[in-house]
Design a protein. Structure first.
Length: 1124
């Protein structure tokens, strides 16, 4: 709210005489410069005036500085070695802290580092990391990359919508690590133009800054501070063509000249999207204080408050359940007669033949059904009838609502990961309607950064400086993401489908008959507090032999930076589900309401709830005409609604007032969802300049010691509704790990214009102790990187060209499909006691039939021994798999990336600057774990041969939960064999959406360089053109004689075509009063896009698209900036 009030205050301040200062523009001219060179008094320097100024600059360099009395009386500001002290104008910044932690020139860093300046961000109206990654080499933001995947249930995960901050890639490998002032952040606060002085991109692993983290690369935000010698202030207002609005104010006040300054900035941003309803409101407040009491002592402190609330639209279209239904003749269902109708004629009583599944399923879902209109809940009912007085025991199996289950592809094609997505605009207008409108997120973060720097020794021979720092993030996040997030829906969730139930179970006509809906199963909300504290001490020591007169001068210049860090990081998660939260005779106090598993202890309120207390939601998005989406889904609001349940045979029904609300769920709460991390880091960086600076070497060594502690098994309060926060705030035993990472690199300045360099660095991701399926301990995931190339520089560094080759590896990753398949395979042998639908596991069933054959007389140890013998597994190996709930069961896989990056920065004249890059990249899926393959090869013959002695039937094909339940064989085929076959077929193949070649070019031209016209010389033009090669979004399959795709053809990728993007901007700078300078700017991004379109991002083995990204049309942005 404060942010919204500041704008009119700023507007009122415009005519006043307050000494506001300059914008962060390409160059702001103070009054002294204008008085000296602006001979025609028009407020800007034309080409002749600028040339005169440049000539004076050259003369000033050649002449010795005349130390006047005034000059000597002013105490100069001492810049710290821990600060980047160059003026970053144009698109090229020659200094950085990346690679050494202290101020170093970019050309002395042998790694792939790019510094993005504020000038470049301003010219192209960039605000965040996704904007920046659009223009840089080897990086992809949301503008060109879709963070999309499909889980094992076939449910699409929309990362662009759920977490846009991490929806990016470096070198095709993964998202960037984020740091502020080289302090690791959680990434919850997005990069923003306000509060920073620049952005440093380090590609590949960097043990110097991020010894721990993703090997893809790191983005460091150079934190803004107060200016000690000049009042600098700016107000800006920004609008866009879809209703978005942003304003910011940046005020710097010098309180004591050259000693004490205070800076304040604030942002209010109302982000709009084309798909409605949607939008987020963001507020930021930054308070910065800088104090230099003595020449060599600097203290700085900053505090930022960040808040975001709202919802984002879906970036991919939902799965299509309507088209398959239409293809079957639009069948419908009468739940009271169990009959299928086509054209109002009875055709069958077989649900599965027509793509129906019962609203009540033994395989884990018997949830109540909530029917939601745009205005809210319109009906709430049990999924089938009951002859009892308890709706949670619906025993009338023949009387069911049905749900469309259009998974024909996944049922018949093992390499099809999901069913098709909507592409027909007649079904869903993906240019205007947000089908994820029920999502909602609230983020709040307080960020503190305090640093103290003291230069202890400074002589021509040596320098010693010390810096102490403290960084804190205190964050809360509430998310109610109904769609697009991992595990948000089961196999029948997330579809655009049709309500085919002709009647309700009470015999009345279904008023929602033939209405389209979005299906969401067992959605949950989460509350995730986070606290991140880091303490750091750095020492910079410089020893300079280059000034010596003897042989020792050849020893060169050396800078060593030992550093020490201590981090405490705490993350917790508390989940909630919409459920029945009041009490009834059939639902007494203390009965669980929102938990699906029974692994949380023996207390009755911590057990799994009856599935009927939870809900399967039908979010209606249209009327009964046309089976198309007419409007966005509504929302479920807590409240009291009539719950319909009763006897479907007699028609006697109850409409019982029942309270719907958020009930605590132990699923995803506590345990491994909570993390307390203590990290101790010690490292050193040594940069040496040899042979009069011709050879620069960089060496780094870092050791990280970690203690990871997970939460205890969570509990609810005895009311079974609320989390027991006092209990959940406890921690289990710590898990200790450590790792050492190294950096070694060199730059050889072969000629004044030619540098040759090479670098090798690594990183590691500390992971929990884990075992593979054979019970062997797994190594920590690691990253390795090599960079080598040349740097050409001409015309006093106005032209720089870097050609970089790289090889990156991510080894022993546990986040891929191997780990998921391994845990599924283990469930055939080991019952996890979590889901009745998986009670076919051998440790459960085999022990029962062995005990039955022995007359129930075997003691536990003998029973266990005989079960192990029958299973043909070592007893210790079984125990290790049983204990995998405490020691993680996983398998590993690798990712490799290699390529070339060419970066050009060129500023031929002061009024024309340009930046370009060309990249060639290959990122491929490495080998799956051989342990996973050998386990399945070893176990499959055993599984297929065992006989259940109680029935004489083969265990492999037995149904242990009724006639419609899953057999071990079916579980293996769907959950193990199919994803394994798909994973194997992708080995050595490019990762999704990798575009091998790309070209990006950006430029800005100021007309003041070519004209003296009073109007025209205030204009500048920005333009960007980008081209990206075709991208492999899948591979064609090889069908067998029956048309089943069982393998992929690695030589036949399915491509999305090459893409071209263009932006243009026009700015006008003028002086609207003696004190007020203004810049008016219009930017058009993606000018090539005339209208909203779909772009395929994934494909089935038959070549047809399986998922579509929604591409927005061009966006117009108008920005007004005032410096006064």
């Amino acid at each position: 709210m404060l942010g919204r009030l500041l704008l009119p205050a700023c507007t009122l301040a415009l005519p006043t005489t307050l000494t506001f200062a300059q914008a962060v523009a390409p160059e702001v001219l103070d009054a002294a410069v204008l008085a000296k060179y602006d001979t025609n008094k028009d407020g800007v320097l034309d080409s002749a005036e600028q040339a005169k100024r440049e000539a004076d600059r050259v003369d000033a360099v050649k002449k010795p500085v005349e130390k006047t009395e005034q000059f000597m009386s002013e105490e100069p500001i001492e810049m710290s070695v821990f600060e980047v002290n160059e003026q970053r104008t144009g698109y090229y910044a020659s200094s950085t802290q990346a690679g050494t932690r202290i101020n170093s020139t970019v050309e002395d860093i042998p790694a792939s580092v790019t510094v993005v300046t504020l000038d470049q961000m301003d010219d192209f109206a960039m605000l965040d990391l996704n904007d920046i990654f659009t223009y840089e080499a080897g990086t992809e933001g949301m503008g060109t990359y879709t963070d999309f995947s499909v889980n094992n249930s076939g449910n699409p995960i929309d990362g662009n919508m759920a977490d846009p901050t991490s929806a990016n890639r470096i070198r095709g490998m993964g998202s960037a690590n984020i740091s502020l002032g080289n302090f690791e952040t959680s990434g919850r606060v997005p990069v923003d133009r306000i509060g920073i002085e620049g952005v440093e991109i380090s590609r590949g692993p960097s043990s110097t800054i991020f010894g721990l983290g993703n090997p893809s690369g790191t983005v460091n935000m150079v934190a803004a501070t107060g200016n000690l010698n000049k009042n600098k202030n700016q107000a800006q207002v920004r609008f866009d063509s879809i209703g978005g609005f942003r304003e910011h104010l940046d005020v710097n006040r010098v309180l004591i000249k050259n000693k004490l300054a205070f800076r304040f900035s604030q942002v209010y941003q109302d982000t709009k999207y084309r798909l409605k309803p949607s939008g987020t409101d963001t507020e930021r407040y930054n308070f910065m204080l800088k104090y230099q009491p003595f020449k060599k002592t600097t203290l700085s402190a900053s505090y930022q408050y960040y808040e975001l609330k709202g919802n984002r639209p879906n970036s991919v279209t939902p799965r299509d359940g309507i088209t398959p239904w239409l293809g079957r003749g639009s069948p419908t269902w009468d739940p009271l007669t169990a009959r299928v109708y086509v054209d109002d004629q009875i055709v069958s009583s077989s649900m599965s033949a027509y793509g129906f599944v019962t609203g009540w399923q033994n395989s884990g879902r018997g949830s109540s059904l909530i029917f939601v209109d745009p205005s809210g809940v319109n009906y709430w009912a049990a999924p089938r009838g009951t002859s009892s007085d308890n709706p949670l025991t619906p025993n009338q199996a023949a009387y069911n609502y049905v749900i469309l289950n259009p998974q024909t592809n996944r049922l018949t094609q093992p390499l099809f990961t999901s069913d098709g997505a909507v592409s027909d605009k007649a079904l869903y207008d993906w240019s205007s309607i947000n089908v994820a409108s029920g999502n909602y997120v609230v983020d709040k973060t307080d960020t503190f950064l305090v640093q103290a720097t003291q230069t202890v020794i400074e002589t021509p021979k040596q320098m010693l400086a010390l810096q102490l720092g403290w960084f804190r993030e205190d964050s809360s996040r509430f998310q109610n993401l109904l769609s697009g997030r991992p595990n948000s829906s089961g196999p029948t969730g997330g579809f655009l489908a049709v309500d085919v139930n002709r009647r309700r179970l009470d015999g009345t006509a279904n008023p929602n008959y033939l209405r389209p809906y979005i299906a969401i199963s067992d959605a949950y909300a989460s509350d995730s507090p986070l606290l991140n504290d880091t303490y750091r001490a750095q020492i910079a020591y410089k020893l300079d032999f280059s000034r010596d007169k003897g042989l020792s001068r050849w020893l060169g210049v050396h800078q060593a930076v030992p550093y020490f860090e201590y981090k405490e990081f705490m993350r917790q998660n508390f989940n909630y589900r919409y459920a029945m939260i009041d009490n009834h005779t059939w639902l007494p106090s203390g009965t669980p309401r929102g938990t699906t598993n029974s692994q949380y202890g023996t207390d009755p309120y911590n057990l799994a709830s009856s599935t009927g207390t939870r809900n399967y939601n039908f979010y209606y998005v249209g009327d009964a005409n046309g089976t198309n989406v007419d409007y966005a889904p509504g929302a479920v609001s807590p409240g009291i609604y009539n719950y319909a349940w009763g006897n479907a045979v007699t028609g006697v029904f109850n409409y019982e007032p029942t309270q719907l609300g958020l009930a605590g769920s132990l699923d995803g709460t506590g345990g491994r969802a909570n993390l307390l991390k203590e990290q101790k880091t010690a490292g050193v960086v040594l940069q040496s300049h040899w042979l009069k600076g011709r050879l620069v070497t960089t060496l780094g060594l870092r050791e990280d010691r970690l203690s990871n502690t997970y939460g205890v098994v969570p509990r609810l309060m005895p009311d079974a509704l609320n989390h027991d926060f006092q209990w959940d705030d406890q921690w289990a035993q710590p898990i200790e790990t450590r790792g050492t990472t190294e950096t070694i690199g060199a730059v050889w300045k072969a000629l004044s214009w030619l540098n040759i360099y090479g670098n090798k660095s690594d990183s590691f991701l500390p992971a929990d102790p884990a075992i593979d399926l054979h019970g062997q301990n797994l190594p920590n995931p690691t990253g390795k990187g090599k960079d080598w190339g040349i740097l050409l520089k001409f015309f006093d560094n106005k032209f720089t060209l870097r050609v970089n080759r790289y090889e990156n590896e991510q080894l022993n990753s546990r986040s891929g499909v191997s780990a998921t398949i391994a845990r599924a395979a283990a469930r055939l042998d080991i019952w996890d006691d979590q889901a009745q639908s998986r009670n076919f596991a051998l440790t459960n069933q085999a022990s029962q039939w062995i005990q039955a054959a022995a007359g129930g007389m075997l003691p536990p140890d003998q029973l266990f021994t005989q079960t192990a013998q029958l299973m043909q597994l070592d007893e210790q190996r079984i125990r290790s798999l049983i204990d995998s709930s405490d020691v993680l069961l996983a398998e590993t896989e690798d990712v490799q990336a290699r390529g070339t990056e060419i970066e050009l920065n060129y500023e031929p004249v002061w009024y024309w600057r340009m930046k370009a890059n060309v990249t060639q990249q290959e990122s491929v899926q490495g080998n799956l774990s051989p342990a996973l393959l050998s386990y399945i090869e070893e176990r499959l013959p055993v599984w297929q041969s065992l006989i259940d002695t109680r029935t004489g039937a083969n265990w492999w094909t037995s149904q242990y939960n009724g006639v419609n339940s899953t057999t071990p064989s079916a579980f293996y085929l769907g959950t193990v064999a199919a994803p394994l076959r798909l994973a194997l077929s992708k080995e050595g193949k490019t990762l999704p959406q990798i575009r091998k070649y790309s070209v990006k070019y950006s430029t800005n031209f100021q007309l003041a360089g070519i004209t003296e016209n009073k109007i025209l010389k205030g204009f500048n033009i920005s333009a960007s053109a980008r081209w990206a090669d075709k991208a492999a979004i899948g591979y064609y399959g090889i069908p067998d004689a029956g048309g089943i795709y069982r393998d992929l053809d690695g030589n036949r990728p399915v491509y999305d075509k090459a893409r071209f993007y263009a932006d243009i901007g026009i700015g006008y700078k003028t002086k609207i009063s003696k004190r007020i300078r203004a810049n008016f700017q219009i930017n058009v991004s993606n000018i090539q896009e005339d209208s909203t379109r779909l772009q395929p991002v994934s494909a089935f083995p038959d070549g047809t698209p399986s998922a579509y990204r929604i591409i927005d049309p061009r966006l117009f942005i108008f920005t007004s900036t005032f410096d006064f």
